[in-house]
Design a protein around this ligand. Structure first.
Ligand SMILES: Nc1ncnc2c1ncn2[C@@H]1O[C@H](COP(=O)(O)OP(=O)(O)OP(=O)(O)O)[C@@H](O)[C@H]1O
Ligand SMILES: Nc1ncnc2c1ncn2[C@@H]1O[C@H](COP(=O)(O)OP(=O)(O)OP(=O)(O)O)[C@@H](O)[C@H]1O
Ligand SMILES: [Mg+2]
Ligand SMILES: [Mg+2]
Lengths: 256, 256
């Protein structure tokens, strides 16, 4: 196992799911065995990868509540090296159901131990909030990949996210690092976007990925067909951008 | 008081804050006295209206925790008829702090009683989640204005939101209605956007506002200057769209 990455940012609609799906697919196409874990009750990642959990199937909700059935809940996708642990709407109630339960921040971490070395990368798609589900992702992960939309509000939210990550590092997961800030929905001729890129690069320096994800309609059409963009339209800008990002990650961890 | 509207959708980045700010401003410019309540811990609405709470100032956090100081926390904006109850980051911890407290779903509703008839419209901007803060907005409101981004994932999330609203109607607020579905970030030449508009209109019929908000860079630039779009660039498509929306709302409630 090379890396467990949480894709997180409490600001909504910044490209967390789009990035989690497409970087997972690009790593899988490069020959890495990847597990995509969807902890967002909206389950956009699950449907964006074409997985339709049957009523009887186990999902993350069962895993979190009963702390078993982890391996049973994992399903394959059309891509040979990419597997999914699906989410479902019952997760919305998990915070309340877990109130008062000992070690509720570490349930996902405990479950991941079961997997041992069967995957090279684990990518966890987080909801737009800082609730128990996101905390479980942050305690299980080696690092956090932070999508930053090239918009004004996205800049504002970063300091809050960093505070939350620091709290996690102090209290729950001393080993958690920032994998990097990923600029998303970039538009070349948009002044605001160019300004945000400059601000983020000036502020976070080499913690910002070289790869920038441009706004590309193919990225927003692909989930409607249950496919990552590399399987929907390989020759798109979006596909190229995420393949480049995967290469950047492999450059960091391929020797492990 | 004509209407208390919650602007809600647990899907992130669909235009909740942008709609809450700009419909509030357009109503205020039409002569209505409007209170904008920001219950999102990200406080995008607060900064988008140019309000920078001083460390000592009271915010929604104080109001929710101590159930007083409501009137003290309200601040004016550059627009004569528009006032703001600001949010701040401490709200992130409110769910935990309120656990087990009697009547925690109705705190905001109790506070709004204090206002009596001093406003014509109250607009509540919600975070992208279904936690205690959003529940407080749904129990206080007459209706919910639901922004729907013209994208695939935005369609998927609607059924979950309607379930949550139904739960609220049954248990906490029997008189809560849907004010309407507002299509946002529409792009005329985008096939997916046109498809989403058709799906939403076919499915929700006259519950969908006639006004459609188009994607307009001025809408995303205005918050950087702390102004609603009508004060940043009056002759923009975004400003026209939100003025039209305000007219549609006034048509429903101006006789009250
Ligand atoms: N680079 C891009 N170009 C065009 N559209 C994009 C791009 N990235 C994401 N989108 C679209 O923007 C919307 C928001 O993206 P996405 O759902 O991935 O964000 P998110 O951060 O996961 O949202 P949430 O906060 O609700 O979980 C989606 O409809 C998606 O299809
Ligand atoms: N019609 C539009 N045209 C262009 N940009 C828009 C439009 N509406 C919103 N935006 C931009 O899209 C981003 C998301 O919008 P906004 O923050 O209002 O959504 P939200 O639903 O409030 O997000 P959250 O779920 O985080 O609360 C913002 O950067 C905003 O400036
Ligand atoms: Mg998502
Ligand atoms: Mg918002």
């Amino acid at each position: 196992l090379k890396r467990i990455m949480a894709v997180a940012n409490q600001k909504g609609g910044v490209g967390k799911t789009t990035s989690a799906i497409n970087v997972s697919a690009a790593l899988a196409m490069a020959g890495e065995k990847v597990l995509f874990i969807d902890i967002d009750p909206q389950s956009n990642g699950t449907s964006g990868l074409g997985v339709k959990p049957k009523k009887s199937a186990k999902t993350l909700y069962d895993v979190m509540l009963y702390e078993k059935m982890f391996a049973e809940a994992i399903v394959p996708t059309e891509l040979p090296n990419l597997f999914v642990l699906p989410a479902e709407a019952d997760l919305f109630g998990l915070d309340i159901e877990m109130m008062g339960r000992e070690g509720r921040e570490f349930i996902l971490k405990k479950c991941l131990k079961v997997l041992g070395e069967s995957y090279n990368f684990i990518v966890i798609d987080c909801p737009p909030s800082l609730t128990l589900l996101t905390v479980n992702a942050l305690t299980s992960a080696d690092s956090v990949l932070v999508p930053v939309q090239c918009q004004y509000y996205a800049l504002e939210g970063l300091s809050q996210l960093l505070k939350t990550i620091d709290m996690c590092v102090e209290g729950l997961n001393p080993h958690l690092a920032i994998e990097g800030f990923l600029l998303t929905m970039y538009e070349k001729d948009n002044e605001l976007a160019t300004h945000v890129v400059k601000e983020v690069r000036d502020h976070f320096k080499d913690k910002v990925f070289r790869s920038v994800i441009q706004r590309d309609p193919y990225l927003s059409e692909a989930p409607g067909f249950g496919k990552p963009v590399t399987m929907y339209q390989m020759r798109s800008v979006g596909a190229e951008n995420y393949i480049e990002l995967a290469q950047e990650l492999l450059g960091r961890y391929s020797l492990l």
